[in-house]
Design a protein around this ligand. Structure first.
Ligand SMILES: *[C@@H]1O[C@H](CO)[C@@H](O)[C@H](O)[C@H]1NC(C)=O
Length: 309
């Protein structure tokens, strides 16, 4: 009798798992079929479906495409908008509609459906000045190092910072689909500013692991809402205490330094320089005229003295 009950329960369990056809790593995915033949996709354009491999993080290029499409359609997509080396840079451009390879990698040259083009790194972040359609990007330069600069929320009681690296490494590994632990290179902590700096590096030449996908999922986890189906938070456990994050800044370091020039540096800086130069010129002019008037007065006084004599 017990055997029969066990058998019925087992059958039910198999049936239930066969029916659950969903995408762990993408909350906007649509899935069809049952377990072994379950296929999932997201819309990245009108009638343009991108098939997804939901056992891995979804490539950032596909995610950005889907986000641009959703933003255009007015669907829910809440998007938001020191350096590890001299050559590190942040993403100042925000999101665009990227061109992806079929495997989800970014094409080296991106134009955002406009006449203006630029070259990106493997994280899809612009690393050159913008140019016109004739711009040449001869290869996709690999981002081999990302610095995740996290700020955690206020905690009650002290935290044992010596356990931080292990906690962060474990949390990243578990949450981001078995992300390789040995790539979490260095973790630093500043208690006063509640800043945690996590350096994630991969061996040069490793084109398989993708730092950008992990960093993008984490950015969404901290700044907006998780991209995962399960909306649980990114919360490393330090000494059985949850460490909640409130902000993140990502720096990218590429295998080759970026080639931005002064031209695009910043209109703001140029404006400041112009204002300073004008102020100095005005100051000099005031000095000059004040001197001249003084000299004139002196001369007149001298003249009067002479006349008196
Ligand atoms: C890409 O184009 C969209 C509109 O088509 C615009 O809102 C966005 O700022 C552009 N992004 C970049 C990085 O140029």
């Amino acid at each position: 009798m017990n055997m029969w009950i066990a058998l019925v329960l087992a059958t039910l369990a198999v049936g239930a798992s066969a029916q659950s056809c969903s995408c762990d790593t993408m909350k906007w995915a649509t899935c069809e079929g049952t377990a072994p033949q379950c296929t999932c996709h997201i819309l990245v354009g009108s009638n343009e479906k991108q098939t997804l491999k939901c056992s891995d993080l979804i490539p950032k290029c596909f995610l950005m495409k889907a986000e641009m499409y959703r933003a255009k359609k007015g669907l829910d997509t809440r998007t938001i908008g020191g350096k590890p080396t001299e050559d590190a840079f942040v993403n100042n451009d925000g999101i665009y509609d990227p061109d992806c390879e079929t495997n989800g990698k970014f094409r080296a040259k991106q134009c955002n459906n406009t006449e203006e083009c630029w070259c990106v790194n493997s994280a899809g972040v612009r690393r050159t000045d913008k140019g016109d359609k004739t711009l040449v990007c001869d290869k996709l330069v690999e981002t081999y190092w990302v610095r995740l600069q996290l700020k955690h929320k206020e905690m009650t009681g002290a935290m044992d910072a010596s356990k931080l690296k292990l906690a962060i490494t474990d949390a990243i590994n578990k949450r981001y689909k078995n992300f390789k632990k040995d790539m979490v290179d260095n973790v630093e902590y500043d208690k006063d500013s509640r800043t945690i700096v996590v350096d994630v590096k991969k061996p040069k030449g490793d084109t398989e692991s993708n730092l950008a996908n992990m960093a993008y999922y984490m950015e969404k986890d901290v700044k907006v809402l998780p991209l995962f189906k399960d909306q649980g938070k990114f919360e490393p456990m330090v000494d059985n205490k949850k460490l909640e994050m409130e902000d993140i800044l990502v720096y990218y370091v590429d295998a080759e330094p970026p080639t931005f020039t002064m031209k695009n540096l910043s209109g703001g800086i140029i404006a400041v320089i112009v204002v300073v130069v004008l102020a100095v010129l005005a100051g000099l002019a005031v000095l000059f005229f004040a001197r001249r008037r003084q000299n004139q007065r002196y001369n007149k006084a001298q003249q009067r003295e002479m006349e008196a004599m």
